[in-house]
Design a binder for this molecule. Structure first.
Ligand code: UD1
Length: 338
């Protein structure tokens, strides 16, 4: 069965392609290589023994998207990762984000509407909840006004899919709201490859640990939490990737309730920034140079997932511990810098 993975050379995309191939799916990747490298294909092949089909396409080129579906008429499911994800950049360049994340979604759904049946799995984010009133955050927590154009594209994206599914019963869709993905594949053939200065905590920690950055800035230690730093739900990227395969299988087998569903993907456990630093120091044996600085605007205090719906309905559960996940990120960092 042929599955299209957009953004399949990116961080979460590549790990998902590995899990799909391990489960016997035939994968076609679309990527414009704007934030990914072609060598990732070799990493995927090294792990799975198989190179996926690759089409270098920019999804903003509508004609090319149409041509792709003519050529690959046998695609039965789409996992849509391709998107821009830098919060700060989205504030500076909102239209770039609306074009990259929304126009492309529309073009893909237009093609799926032409098919007799299809599955569509969408990369969403816990950012849609903002600072949730209740923790852990369940799927029926209200969606809060977005803090950034990036966050808005995830909310609007879900609304577009929901509207399309209402009138297109042959499209079965699932939006997966990720908490904080971290780590690398245990083979360390693939992992996170942030371009420039990393915006996210774990790549910044590992780059500081290896000496690429001088010091980690901890954004605020005066929050109302046990140690004063923010709490997040860090989920290993392989656990996350596996959830995509389970969600895809659910929708391909038509087991959805209605044709648009939403699931949180997290571990259910919250860790503070200082706990992540401690975990890094424990697994690496490296003392991390860090300093507490001002809060970062837009950060929520606490976010961790209620995993009940994903556990019960998808039959999926995150299995990797924080230490194991951080260790894999560290192993990866050491590999790519040597
Ligand atoms: C961020 C985005 C989120 C997006 C996700 C994509 C914000 C507010 N949220 O999540 O919308 O879906 O990235 O990857 O930007 N931290 C430091 N120092 C650093 C980096 C981070 O102290 O150099 C802290 C942050 O304050 C936060 C935690 O580490 O408490 C995690 O930060 P990060 O990895 O950027 O993820 P989120 O902010 O949760």
């Amino acid at each position: 069965m042929k599955i299209l993975v957009t953004g399949g050379l990116g961080y979460i995309g590549s790990h998902t392609v590995v899990e799909l191939q391990n489960q016997g799916f035939e994968v076609v990747i679309i990527d414009n290589l704007s934030n990914a490298s072609i060598e990732v294909l070799d990493g995927i092949e090294a792990i799975t023994g198989k190179k996926p089909i690759f089409e270098k396409i920019d999804l903003r080129e509508k004609q090319k998207v149409q041509d792709f579906f003519k050529k690959h008429g046998d695609v039965e499911g789409v996992i849509h990762f391709a998107a821009s994800k830098a919060v700060g950049e989205s504030v500076e360049k909102p239209l770039l984000y609306y074009e990259n994340n929304i126009a492309t979604l529309v073009y893909l759904l237009q093609e799926l509407q032409k098919k007799e049946s299809s599955s569509f799995i969408f990369s969403s984010s816990c950012t849609v909840y903002g600072q949730a009133d209740q923790l852990p955050v369940s799927e029926d927590a209200p969606v809060k006004p977005a803090e950034s154009p990036y966050g808005n594209t995830k909310q609007i994206g879900e609304e577009i899919i929901s509207d399309v599914c209402r009138v297109t019963p042959q499209i079965k869709s699932i939006a997966l709201r990720y908490f904080n993905p971290i780590g690398a594949h245990p083979s360390i053939e693939i992992g996170e490859l942030p371009k420039g200065v990393p915006q996210n905590l774990v790549p910044f920690i590992t780059q500081t640990g290896i000496g690429l950055r001088k010091q980690l800035a901890v954004f605020g230690a005066d929050y109302p939490t046990a140690d004063g730093t923010c709490i997040r739900d860090y989920i290993h990227v392989v656990d996350l990737a596996k959830a995509h395969v389970v969600a895809l299988q659910r929708s391909l087998n038509d087991r959805n309730e209605g044709n648009f569903e939403v699931f949180n993907l997290g571990t259910g456990k919250g860790s503070s920034v200082l706990e992540v630093i401690q975990s890094f120091e424990r697994v690496s044996g490296v003392k991390l140079n860090y300093e507490v600085v001002e809060r970062r605007p837009g950060d929520v205090i606490r976010a961790y997932a209620d995993t009940k719906k994903a556990n019960e309905i998808l039959g999926w559960k995150a299995e990797t511990t924080l230490d194991e996940a951080i260790k894999s990120a560290w192993d990866w960092e050491q590999k790519i810098r040597n």
